[in-house]
Write a protein that binds this ligand. Sequence first.
Ligand code: ZN
Length: 343
Amino acid sequence: MNGLLKTTIAGSLPKPLWLAEPLQLWPKWHFEGEALLQAQHDATALAIREQERAGIDIVSDGEQARQHFVTSFLEGLEGVDGANKKSVLLRDRYEGLVPVVKGPLARRKPVFVDIARFAREQTSRQLKFTLPGPLTLVDSLFDEFYHDREKLAHEFAVILNAEAREIAARGIDVIQFDEPAFNIEKLFDDVAKWGVSTLEHAAAGLSCKTAVHICYGYGIKPNIDWKRSLGQEWRQYEKIFPLIASSPLTQVSLECHNSKVPIELLELLSSKELLVGSIDVASEIIETPEEVAKTIRKALKYANPEKVFPCTNCGMAPLQREVAYAKLRSLTAGAAIVRRDFE
Ligand code: ZN
């Protein structure tokens, strides 16, 4: 092992059948109260162990304690009603039931700090922890109070920064902000005007590495239909990467394998560490290590090997559990093939 091409994952992993409904974006828990808390901890320990067994270098908590990567964070805040959800159009693509902002937002208590602490105790490997980014939060709620998306994003930036600082203080190595909403054409003006600046505020002053994840989404039908509508070349990153390139964030997590992203767009991020998506999360077909190696080698034509981290395209929460872990084994085997090129 020459220390190059360390593998990691975008964030989420499928939950065990005993914990929650499988294959769902908003799965129902099978426990409540203290039993749910214990079950989430057990699933987190298991998810970390399975990543270690698959050979992942920089592991995550697998988001086992969250029903959904955005709404579970929202529901931890004051001013948000998670019990009476309302329907909105998410990512300009599909309807989803989301929490309602009903009053001034405040973080009266930590949201994910305890699960981050627990995850840290489970492994001596590098550990990454994910949080939703401000723009994606704004794009995933029903606002009955602020009526101003930019103001909401600023509120979230302050709250996220406080949460992220406490998480980083627990010894987390990378905090990643998920911003799939950055890729939506209708939101490009918002990204440029306040999306990147509020993201930078959320990530300011952290004692660990910082990352942003920008993708083409889970393998759900509205996303697959959307991708079909994007034509032969997906050039959304071309608009976003120059804005990210000049930000202080350390890493960018992006989608490459089975995508129509022109790989030369990686050159726009020469200052960043790149989490190169080498596993398609929108397909149950398990990539071969050779396919993974091919994607990594393509990226290496445009990126410095010291700055490339083979990764999944997006979260794996809605996948079959066995499929997800088989894909992780292919990811590490593929990275090992390419690593040998440098020995
Ligand atoms: Zn994603």
